[in-house]
Design a protein around this ligand. Sequence first.
Ligand code: ADP
Ligand code: MG
Length: 674
Amino acid sequence: MNESSDLRDIKGIGTSLVDKLNRLGLKTINDLIEYFPRRYDDLSSVSPIKSLSPGHVTIRVMIKSIAGRYIKNGRRITEAIASDDTGSIKLTWFNQPYRETSLKRDTLYYISGKYELRYGRFAIYNPIVEAVSDFPLNTARIVPRYSQTKGLSSSDIRRALFKLTDLIALTPESLPIEIIKKYKLVSLGNALYAIHFPDSIKALEAAKRRLGFEELFMMILASELNKSAYENSSAVEISFDQALAKNFVDKLPFSLTDDQRKAAWQIYLDMARSRPMNRLIEGDVGSGKTAVAAMAALMVVNADKQAVLMAPTELLARQHDGTVNLMFKAIGLAGKVDLLIGGMSEAQKSKAHQRILNQETMFVIGTHALIQDKVKIPELALVIIDEQHRFGVNQRQALKLKANTQPHLLSLSATPIPRSLALTLFGELDISKLIEKPSSRQLVKTLLVSESVLNRKLNEIKTELRAGRQMFIVSSNIDTHPKYSVTELQKWANAKFSEYRVGVMHGRLKSDEKDKVMKDFAANKLDILVSTTVIEVGIDIPNATSMLIFDAESFGLAQLHQLRGRVGRGKHPGMAYLVHPDDATPSDRLKALESSNDGFKLAELDLDIRGPGAIYGKLQHGLLDLRVAGLADKKLISEAREAAKFFMIKGLNLLKYPKLATEVTKLQKLTNLN
Ligand code: ADP
Ligand code: MG
């Protein structure tokens, strides 16, 4: 039996338990060992009966007598008297008649449960029992609690793990011994044992520190290795043409912010080198990332190389195609920019494929449709990923692989990477921040309102519409929510705003229908757009000034911030109403949106409250799934970072640490943003 053996090979656990463990996704012995507890109950302090006070207690007692009887409504009550040197106590179970035969008189047991006053007398009700002669798993110790499935309890899991204690203790060390020593870590075997069977709080803390350190260390090492591999690969040098850049900027309908200028400059420097750029532009909604991306592509097109921009939705891709085409046309590069999305007709698509192949199209903007094998981009030198966290590693990778040599990579994101993550997972990235907002940007005032308050405010809300401006109504759901679905809200809007033109937008519309609705809304042929979150990213309608968001609790803060970023993008300030049912009280989380317009702060807050998955989406969730380490543990992060650097500088050979090598290689693939 070894780590990769099947759970069935464990002697002494039945097939029904194995089945249940399988259902939790645990197949191998290693899976089980790495299934860490969610929390712990400290039942380690055993009290003398004499000094018990109400609450959770553990005692070490001899059973003196035990008997059962039926009470009213057919329930069975089992009562025992137990004693230690200091006194005796009553134990009571309801509907557990097997206790009457399983508990032996004059035998020592650990009993854990709640000591309380019920029906006028003190007793321990429905306690857990374990014989002292057994190794106690569920009482008289720090007891781990696991996430469970139906029919499978924490004590089942502990029972299975208990069969593996010898194996666990002998787990080979995964980290270099120098690092173990330097950071005073306990061995992997000891840590794994203590995480499941902690003998003391101190041992548990040491185990958590060790395992948390290892998680962080592996992530950082993966990221450092990626960085060094990247730095050692070569890319096409894109020479910088200052006159061209100046001409382009002069023709823009606005003047760049200093941050935009700086980001473009950094990109030009990166791309002029013979190693691939790996840069992230991080800027809140409306900070003007598109213009910077267009400037990057410009230099590539000028060098007779191709650039590609992938956006997460067709709406956004179309919009980018529109704006970028205008920008390129202004400097006489019309016809070099083309769109490729799944919603185009087969004929249009194959024409686009051909133009890209023939290098008539030098900058192609699209969606996932770009990834298809059919799409050949022979001179691809720059890959731009808009809203990068919306894409999985494989998708980004697939696009990159279209290039013959390593392309330059530019990622754009409105969801800021908190510092803790920047230091761990994304250490390989160069980051440009667009902090300064274009002067045209208006603050979006946000108000939490109940439905009835909203109804009272309708007239006020209509002031904006009367002035010729437009409004979004957003819901998380197309047609199943009884009140707040797009379908229901459309009816509601038609009734309450009957004097205005209402359109509908959601992901299930056909591509050309979406396009028409968006075009109509952009051309102000619709006053109100009832929509799902498909408009969340990037949609730019400067005349839209108000937004009603229904069922706001179901969204993440970063997402709500993105959503409200859709209004107030023009001359006039924006207003977002987050609507909740009359009988609900909005959470503190939502209240934070009222008081803060800082996307970065909101993302950090959501990271604390809802965890990384809520912010970075499911696609990148796997790699953010730290089981032991907290991203808030700055000291541990900095130690793990130092250790990873040490590993790199010492030139330690990963292959000498097989377990580490396997895990790190896996992580390298996951975190690789290249
Ligand atoms: P995001 O960073 O959210 O992707 P966009 O690139 O879509 O933002 O830009 C938002 C809007 O701001 C667009 O209408 C764009 O034309 C405009 N814009 C971009 N940069 C500037 C600037 N420096 N001054 C004024 N408006 C700008
Ligand atoms: Mg954008």
